[in-house]
Design a protein around this ligand. Structure first.
Ligand SMILES: Cc1cc2nc3c(=O)[nH]c(=O)nc-3n(C[C@H](O)[C@H](O)[C@H](O)COP(=O)(O)OP(=O)(O)OC[C@H]3O[C@@H](n4cnc5c(N)ncnc54)[C@H](O)[C@@H]3O)c2cc1C
Length: 501
């Protein structure tokens, strides 16, 4: 079976990338070991930028229908329930054109993303098939598949079902979205940088069967006797994440009879049904080498973070946003292969900022020495509880220029009420004061036309406020909505536009 791009792994990252490449018209084959969506408890939170990417897939309404906006933030409390630190929450529409935080059940999100693939006859999902070997040369990649005996091909979202199923896939490009134990990462020969945190936690979801007086926000209980996270997910679903202490047996602790006593202060078997439980080791690692020739990696294959910020999946979705438009242009021959080298350079420092903050928060939450915890509490309780936000790093060096290049542009509303990206689609965009746009020379206009850029003159006060506050008159956005650059005048607008891939 031949295709432009093979994607190994149909977790949330592989499914998102397949939707993006499918929408762009590439021939895509997605290979997934599991016949069905992975049912164990994992991500429950994503941020406003991630929702903006789901919007770009045309799936915003579907994702909204299985999630809820999180308006109350995350509270770090000590063993006496005194608030040490808060990640702010708000009910207001945030800079990304919706809530800043969303709560969801990962298997339901994965169903939505897989169903989205059925829109594209050019995307084929081979589910229940494991890749056993990958061979790459300068022209493409050969992926060897097992015989499919442990699940078979699921045809519900396969648009061109293949009764027998292929034994190999040949692709011009392979993107490994194949999770933490990625075989594509091994084939690339990447090294893993260890950012220092590795700790087993018990994770389980419970479905409440009657109303209980539990917090409707996330609580990080920094109790040195047993650090724990409590989350309100969606509907009646609640999540507990409980750190394993020395002497805990990882298999035994996940059994219901051992789980309930750990949370009896909040809920008992008379109040709720235990849905699933599993022990995970939280890691903090980042790969060096996200591309070698025709092989690339994204998502957990490229980086893993402890979930204290709820950002692992979000980082993988950002990888897709960064990679998809570049891969489309390179596969179509409208951009040089070297464009793909900007992917890791731009994304790695960005994701590293999130992982490093999660590791620092892990040190706050996971303090189990009573003396260390007491010193921590005294430090935090000196004044008001500290309020913190997610980091907002720009991209690392790559395809952008100037002080604002590589910064994420917000998604305000247009005067007609639409969100900005609804008017821009997934193309390059030039936004600015009418006078600045009208002053562009012929060569610059030709660049915009050749790149398929959408040009918006005077797009309304809510959008213009961003550049006016910075003394600028126009901005050029990449298809992933990060700034290619910003301009004060026609001359600067011409130089930024010259960068368009
Ligand atoms: C307890 C916990 C809580 C979390 N909470 C959050 C949170 O609140 N917010 C957040 O943003 N993130 C969170 N995360 C992280 C998030 O779940 C992951 O980052 C996300 O699932 C990664 O997606 P992925 O598609 O890269 O990898 P995966 O979801 O691991 O998918 C990889 C896929 O590749 C397939 N595959 C692998 N090898 C092969 C092969 N050889 N052949 C065929 N198929 C293959 C696998 O079957 C799998 O389906 C959490 C994680 C855990 C464990």
């Amino acid at each position: 079976m031949d295709c432009d791009v093979a994607i190994l792994g149909c977790g949330p990252v592989g499914a998102t990338l397949a939707n993006q490449l499918g929408a762009a018209g590439l021939d895509v084959v997605v290979i997934e070991r599991d016949a069905r969506v992975f049912p164990l408890p994992r991500a429950i939170h994503f941020d406003g930028e991630t929702m903006r990417v789901f919007q770009s897939l045309g799936l915003r309404a579907e994702v909204e229908s299985i999630s809820r906006p999180g308006t109350k933030g995350m509270h770090f409390v000590n063993a006496e329930d005194r608030v040490l630190m808060v990640r702010a929450g708000t009910a207001a529409e945030g800079p990304q054109g919706g809530a800043n935080n969303h709560y969801f059940h990962q298997p339901e999100l994965e169903v939505v993303l897989r169903a989205g693939l059925a829109r594209y006859p050019n995307v084929r999902l081979l589910a229940g098939r494991e890749a056993t070997a990958v061979e790459a040369d300068a022209a493409g990649v050969r992926i060897v598949l097992d015989d499919g005996l442990h699940g078979g091909i699921v045809t519900s979202v396969t648009n061109r079902p293949d009764a027998a199923g292929p034994t190999e896939v040949r692709a011009r490009w392979l993107v490994g979205c194949d999770g933490g134990r990625s075989m594509v990462r091994r084939a690339i020969g990447s090294t893993n940088e260890d950012l220092g945190l590795h700790q087993p936690w018990l994770v389980f979801d419970a479905i409440l069967e009657r109303e209980l007086d539990l917090p409707d926000y996330t609580v990080q209980r920094c109790d040195p006797a047993r650090p724990m996270t409590m989350c309100c997910v969606t509907g009646q679903r609640r999540r507990w994440e409980i750190m394993l202490m020395p002497g805990d047996d990882p298999e035994a602790i996940a059994r219901p009879e051992n789980v309930w006593p750990l949370i009896s202060r909040w809920v008992t078997p008379a109040d709720a049904r235990l849905e699933r439980s599993a022990v995970y080791t939280f890691h903090s690692v980042i790969a060096h080498g996200w591309r070698r020739g025709r092989l690339l990696i994204a998502g957990d294959a490229a980086h893993q973070t402890p979930p204290f910020l709820g950002q692992g999946l979000c980082a993988g979705i950002r990888d897709c946003a960064n990679l998809a438009w570049k891969l489309v242009r390179v596969a179509r021959g409208t951009a040089p292969e070297s464009l793909l080298d900007t992917y890791e350079r731009e994304r790695r420092p960005h994701v590293q900022a999130f992982i490093e903050l999660a590791v620092r928060l892990g040190a706050v939450i996971q303090a189990t020495d009573p003396a260390v915890a007491a010193e921590r509490d005294a430090r935090f309780l000196q004044g008001e509880a500290q309020v913190f936000e997610y980091p907002q790093p720009g991209l690392g060096p790559g395809l952008h220029a100037g002080g604002f290049g590589g910064v994420l542009f917000p998604q305000p509303r247009l005067p007609d009420g639409r969100r900005l990206d609804e008017a821009l689609g997934n193309a390059y965009a030039v936004l600015g004061e009418a006078a600045a746009i009208d002053a562009a020379d012929a060569a610059t206009r030709e660049r915009w036309r050749a790149a398929g850029a959408v040009v918006l003159r005077d797009p309304g006060e809510a959008v213009a406020a961003w550049w006016r506050a910075r003394g600028l008159t126009a901005v050029v956005l990449r298809p992933d909505r990060y700034l290619l650059g910003a301009a004060r005048d026609a001359h600067e607008l011409a130089s930024v536009s010259a960068l368009m891939a």
